[in-house]
Ligand binder design. Structure first.
Ligand SMILES: NC(=O)c1ccc[n+]([C@@H]2O[C@H](COP(=O)([O-])OP(=O)(O)OC[C@H]3O[C@@H](n4cnc5c(N)ncnc54)[C@H](OP(=O)(O)O)[C@@H]3O)[C@@H](O)[C@H]2O)c1
Length: 232
């Protein structure tokens, strides 16, 4: 088990004032989780680009100094063009499927991993769901029938990430809950595939950006959980 937030200050791997900013591309950057990743990355001084559709609602990013690259992640050529537009140190997949079918996750990951490998991205951070792959046993059995196809697509997406050859981090969440006003974010990363619990999008976004520079995140799969949040 890794408790990243607790270990970071001890090992001193967090950004120092002399760390050069990283070039970051966020897929799903206009969404609820993605926009918080964008804000957390900007707060650390990184250079952020967002991949979004012409029709995406950009309200959450209003006034933020981001480069917007337009495209649809279901179109391989759009993803290739985005990845070739500059050299990215970090690519974050914070996509949700919106109106698409469950096959969306595997299709999107296929396009992103191929383009990231071809353009030598240094780190791919993929947001997934508890219940995918070897974490299936952690998922409530009564919800499995209804989520089965979704979780299979998410598992296939994770496999594409692991097999891509691009250094990766997979951060799964089981359920995303708002952080009640005044409650501190206590999200942590656990490596146990049976770990299960709620987490806030703010916590997941903070941990995502901490992983940008932390070698202990490389080629590992975590579950993000905030012990202060109830699952139900
Ligand atoms: N909600 C939960 O409790 C929960 C639990 C477990 C896992 N998750 C997972 O956590 C992740 C983030 O969830 P969220 O609720 O924060 O997401 P969200 O607010 O729905 O955001 C999804 C983002 O993906 C973009 N997107 C969708 N289709 C696209 C396309 N074809 N091309 C380009 N961009 C596209 C959306 O843009 P558009 O506006 O253009 O659609 C939006 O920016 C998802 O993978 C979700 O499945 C959520």
């Amino acid at each position: 088990m890794i408790i990243l937030s607790a270990l970071l200050p001890i090992f001193g791997v967090a950004a120092t004032p002399n760390s050069p900013p990283l070039s970051v591309l966020v897929f799903g950057g206009s969404g609820q989780l993605g926009s918080l990743v964008v804000r957390a990355a900007l707060a650390e001084g990184h250079k952020v680009s967002v991949f979004a559709r012409e029709t995406s609602n950009m309200q959450r990013l209003e006034g933020l100094p981001v480069t917007v690259i337009r495209g649809d992640v279901r179109e391989a050529a759009d993803v290739d063009r985005a990845l070739k537009s500059q050299s990215f140190d970090v690519v974050v997949d914070a996509l949700g499927r919106s109106e698409s079918g469950v096959e969306f996750y595997e299709q999107a990951a296929g396009h992103i991993t191929r383009a990231a490998a071809a353009t030598r991205v240094k780190h791919l951070i993929h947001h997934g769901s508890v219940g995918a792959g070897e974490s299936r046993a952690a998922y409530p059995a009564n919800l499995l029938p209804e989520r089965n196809a979704l979780l299979l697509s998410k598992g296939a997406a994770e496999k594409l990430v692991r097999d891509s050859g691009v250094p990766y981090t997979i951060i799964r969440n089981a359920v995303l809950r708002p952080l009640p006003a005044g409650q501190a974010d206590r999200a942590e990363l656990f490596e146990d595939p049976l770990a299960f619990g709620a987490v806030s999008r703010e916590g997941v976004a903070r941990l995502t950006v901490q992983c940008f520079r932390d070698p202990r995140c490389r080629n590992r799969t975590f579950h993000a959980i905030d012990a202060g949040l109830a699952y139900r």
